[in-house]
Every structure is written in C-alpha cells, then in structure tokens.
Design a protein around this ligand. Structure first.
Ligand code: AMP
Ligand code: MN
Ligand code: MN
Ligand code: MN
Length: 276
C-alpha cells in the first residue's frame, strides 16, 4: 500500500532537519509520497523536491498557512500548490514580515515578565528573522534551562494568557483558501482536534471552510485521539470533505509520531490523494 505523509516541517520553518534531510528520512522510513509543509514558507520546496527525485519518492509541494478565525489561530495545509504562484508568494512574504514584528513583541513581553533576551535566543534557533516561531522561543527556554522541556515551555510561557503569547492577526480563512486555490492547490484544515472550539464553533468553522470551497480536513494526526479521528471522519462525510493524513513531524525527539509512521487512513472517507 502506498504510504503518505502530507504534513511535516524543516529548518525553513520550525523543524530541526534541512528539507533534504527530511525527505531522505521519509524515504528511509518507507514513505512513498511526502509533502513538505513549512509554516507560511515555500523556501524549502526546491531542495526537498530534488532530494525526493534522488530518493525516488513522490514529492508534493506544500505549506501550512496560519489563519485567524473568530479569535482562534487555525492552520490550513496547502497541498499540490504551484510554488511559483505570485499571489501566494506575495501573501506569504507579508505574513513572514508580520512574524518578525510579532517575535520582537513576544521578546518584549517575556522580558517584562522577567525572561530577558528571549528574542535573541529564539532568533539564534531560527533560519531567518522572518520565520521565528513560538517553537524557537520554546527551544531557547529549554536550552537556557528555564523550563524542563518543550511542553513546559508552552504551558508556562507560550500559550494564550501566558507572557510569551501575544495576540496576532494572521490572514483570514478566505485569504488562505484563495491563495491556495489560486496556486492550483488543495486546502486542508490542519489538526482540527487542536482548536479550542465548542461543537457549534467547530461546525461554523467547517461550514465556512466548505462555503469557501475548502477541500479536506486532517483526520489522521498525532494531535488526535482515536475517538477524535473517528469524529473527523464523520465530519468529512457530513461536509463533503476529503481526508488527509500527516505526522506534523518537526524533528527527532520532538514529535509523538515518527515521520511517515502513521496509522492507516480509515477506508470510510475519500483521501485527499484519491485523484492524484
Ligand atoms: P507559531 O506559528 O509561531 O505560533 O508556532 C506554532 C508552533 O508551535 C506549532 O506549529 C507547533 O510546532 C508548536 N506548538 C504549539 N503548541 C505546542 C505545544 N503545546 N507543544 C509543543 N509545540 C507546540
Ligand atoms: Mn510547527
Ligand atoms: Mn499546525
Ligand atoms: Mn505543522
């Protein structure tokens, strides 16, 4: 059976391995089809595509777009996009510009809470000032001995209500879906089980996504319990979405599931790759 992993990260966003190393690891793990989906970033795709050619596995151009929906941050995975699409390139460049400002504000807010030099620390972990993520702040807090581990860093400093969380306006769901479709891609709601939404809120999100022409939702994800996966299979059927599957892998020792080592997609939904 063909093995897919349609969600993972490299050093071009908040992953720990280069795009080529991510692809080589996927191939070594028996993956047949890999999508690299760096946050708000396309820079790793050329390198990853070349590595996939060498490793003789299929490569899907992807990204994971940050969106603000009803005050909640929602991630939308883009699959099979044209990475040369101008509107997508420009849209994501603007998002990265806003990430730089946000990272500085996170640093200031942490300093005010008695954690100095966190911006510089996070920046040292990131490939570019334009792609500093909370993950880089978390790695800095771990390295400098201020927290026990990544979970501790997020829990104590980086989630809503904590000093290292600053409100940020990401693009709208409509903008993200528009860029993805404009670039010929498929729009997928990432790890829906992670959002702090009521049942009615989740229904509104999925209904709006469907009305915008959204294509799929992630069903198989390390963010989901088996019960949540089953719930999202049901949602996919109700809303007419295809289903996706991805490890959301960030690096050795940092992720619940190894790259490409995913439970099977339930056969009661159409996979997003059905017509690839
Ligand atoms: P950002 O896009 O800068 O807000 O960073 C979000 C990233 O932080 C996600 O893509 C995850 O990689 C990571 N993240 C969020 N919450 C947690 C958590 N509780 N534990 C570990 N990593 C997390
Ligand atoms: Mn991430
Ligand atoms: Mn995500
Ligand atoms: Mn991700």
């Amino acid at each position: 059976m063909t093995r897919y992993d349609l969600h993972c990260h490299s050093t071009c966003s908040d992953g720990l391995l280069s795009p080529a190393d991510v692809v080589r690891r996927a191939a070594a793990n028996g993956v047949d089809v890999i999508a690299l989906t760096d946050h708000d970033q396309l820079a790793g795709l050329d390198e990853a595509r070349e590595a996939a050619l060498d490793a003789e596995i299929t490569f899907i151009d992807g990204a994971e777009l940050s969106v603000t929906w009803e005050n909640e941050t929602v991630h939308v995975v883009a699959l099979a996009i044209d990475p040369a699409n101008e509107a997508l390139i420009e849209g994501l460049a603007a998002v990265r510009g806003s990430r730089d400002q946000r990272a500085r504000r996170i640093g200031e807010s942490l300093a005010a809470a008695g954690v100095p030099d966190a911006f510089e620390g996070a920046r040292a972990h990131a490939m570019s000032d334009q792609l500093i993520s909370r993950t880089h702040f978390a790695r800095h807090l771990v390295d400098s001995g201020q927290v026990r581990d990544m979970q501790d860093a997020f829990r104590r400093f980086l989630t809503k209500g904590k000093p290292g969380y600053v409100a940020h306006a990401w693009p709208t769901l409509g903008e993200a879906v528009g860029w993805i479709h404009g670039a010929g891609g498929r729009a997928v709601i990432a790890h829906p089980g992670r959002y702090k939404l009521t049942t009615a809120g989740m229904r509104r999100l999925l209904a709006e996504f469907r009305d915008l022409g959204g294509d799929a939702i992630e069903v198989v994800s390390p963010s989901h319990t088996a019960a949540q996966s089953a719930d999202f299979v049901a949602s996919a059927r109700v809303f007419g979405f295809k289903a996706s599957s991805g490890s959301d892998w960030h690096g050795p020792g940092e992720s619940r599931w190894e790259l490409g080592q995913l439970p099977p997609m339930p056969d009661t939904v159409d996979p997003v790759w059905a017509d690839w």
